[in-house]
Design a protein around this ligand. Structure first.
Ligand code: FMN
Length: 476
């Protein structure tokens, strides 16, 4: 635990050495956020765009950068534009792109690790290379349900379908894909990997009794639900000992009304991770796509602070959503690794308080890192700015009325997060984030982009046809 006599800036500026020996220059972590910038058919790292995007994060003085989720199976993406680690990623010219990405992301001296993921049943048809008649995978065949409305059910059915319960060979296949992800990340020069075990993706589907109703060794009990995660941690660590960094992002609970992952079971899952001696840090988050009442979704509309709160010993500043759970984790007796807490942080004082009170060791910054990519250097670690001024922009997304008007929740409730995807794409295209963009504006931009790319695609097709025609002419 950090000393309480430190100032807020000093608390955040403290370096941290992870159990694997990797030194993080300070406590601010750029959270994993899928960039939606990679292109079909192979979804390799889009280097020109990453030069703009990761180049900014690299120069911003974070203590650690975690990439957006990289999908381990090209058939199952969580959204079009996810980077994919595919069977050829270890060979030329694909690995070169990975190496360049690692070099750009770490060019400012901050280490970077790759988040590896599989969306499981949250994989929309058309996002990856899976044929339209192939169902997404899940530990058990539990379809996604947002409400009982027939329109909603129809939309979900056509977008996600009913997932297929994975058989043992499909689980083995996914494990090999995850291991390839770690191999590619190491060969590229990244400092480690993080397994995405949160937010209702495949690993978290295995961990939750709502989606894991198996009766074999991969389910049936809290121990069984942990088996896949334990297997991945053990096998990846065996192949990549220290100084390779191995992290896991986990939910503090599903926050579902009934049948989901309880906080007590989540605590047992974290207990194993933090005490097994194979994991370098655990990132704590919460919620899933079926539960829109989590902190992230509320904060799109919530009233916001206009100046940073003061640190007082008697009243802890609890701006992070999952602080209470993180405090329970910190009390685990044989804990061997630090905890990153993500979700809701905006003020320097709030972040410092979370560290000084011992709630966590690392501060995850998600939406703030999109809207103000340079925030560690410009504001949070800048001793020339006083604590009251050291406050990130609110996470409010304008024009929420538009999402509320859309009768299909799966579309409407997904719109605010599109605001952050759009802003990440702006950064990737060399523009600045635009905090004033509203949801209706976002929808108009999406329509214009689709029409424009349709037009460009058409021109490209015509040029291709003319090109091949002229080649044929020459050969003849
Ligand atoms: C646009 C966007 C993309 C995200 N993508 C990922 C992801 O790929 N992997 C992940 O673990 N979390 C993802 N998250 C969640 C963030 O890592 C973080 O946990 C969450 O935004 C809460 O932190 P914040 O309040 O600082 O935004 C994403 C969040 C946003 C806004």
């Amino acid at each position: 635990m950090a000393s309480k006599s430190l100032s807020p800036t000093e608390a955040l500026a403290q370096p941290l050495t992870l159990p694997c020996g990797l030194v993080l220059p300070n406590r601010l972590v750029k959270c994993p956020m899928q960039e939606t910038l990679a292109a079909a058919p192979l979804f390799d790292p889009p280097i020109d765009k990453f030069r703009n995007l990761y180049g900014q994060w690299a120069q911003a003085n974070y203590g650690l950068i975690i990439t957006g989720q990289v999908q381990i199976d090209i058939r199952f993406l969580s959204i079009t534009g996810d980077v994919v680690c595919h069977p050829d990623s270890l060979s030329t010219p694909h690995l070169e792109k990975w190496k360049e990405w690692a070099q750009i992301a770490q060019s400012g001296g901050t280490p970077c690790i790759v988040q590896l993921a599989h969306p499981g049943r949250m994989s929309p048809v058309g996002a990856g290379n899976r044929p339209a008649d192939m169902p997404p995978l899940c530990p058990s065949s539990v379809p996604v349900k947002l409400s009982d409305a027939w329109l909603e059910k129809m939309a979900i059915q056509s977008l996600l379908g009913t997932p297929k319960a994975m058989d043992l060979s499909e689980i083995d296949h996914a494990v090999e894909d995850w291991k390839r992800g770690a191999r590619v990340s190491a060969a590229a020069g990244f400092k480690g990997v993080q397994l995405h075990g949160a937010h209702g993706f495949l690993l978290s589907q295995f961990l939750s009794p709502h989606t894991n109703r198996r009766t074999d060794e991969y389910g049936g009990s809290p121990e069984g639900r942990m088996k896949l995660l334990k297997r991945l941690v053990t096998e990846i660590r065996e192949e990549h000992p220290a100084p390779f960094c191995l992290s896991v992002k986990l939910n503090s609970g599903d926050y579902m009304a009934k049948g989901g992952l309880s906080q007590d079971e989540a605590l047992e899952q974290v207990r194993w991770l933090v005490s097994c001696g194979m994991v370098d840090f655990v990132e704590i988050s919460g919620g899933n796509a079926e539960q829109k009442k989590s902190g992230l979704h509320n904060s799109f509309v919530e009233k916001s602070l206009s100046k940073a709160p003061k640190i007082k010993e008697s009243t802890r500043i609890r701006e992070a959503y999952f602080t209470e759970f993180a405090e329970r984790v910190q009390q685990i007796e044989d804990k061997k690794c630090p905890i990153q807490l993500s979700g809701g942080f905006r003020s320097r004082t709030g972040m410092a308080d979370a560290i000084l009170s011992g709630a966590c060791d690392l501060i995850g910054l998600g939406r703030t890192a999109v809207m103000e990519p340079d925030i560690p250097k410009r504001l949070l670690l800048n001793t020339e700015l006083n604590d009251e001024e050291a406050l990130a922009l609110p996470h409010i997304v304008r024009g929420q009325w538009f999402s509320n008007m859309i009768p299909v929740k799966v579309v409407g409730s997904g719109l605010p997060i599109q605001f952050f995807y759009l802003n990440m794409r702006r950064l990737g295209n060399g523009l600045k984030s635009d905090p004033d963009k509203s949801i209706p504006g976002l929808v108009v931009s999406a329509i214009v982009d689709t029409v424009r790319s349709g037009f460009v695609g058409l021109v490209e097709k015509v040029m291709d046809t003319l090109g091949s025609f002229s080649k044929v002419q020459k050969i003849e």
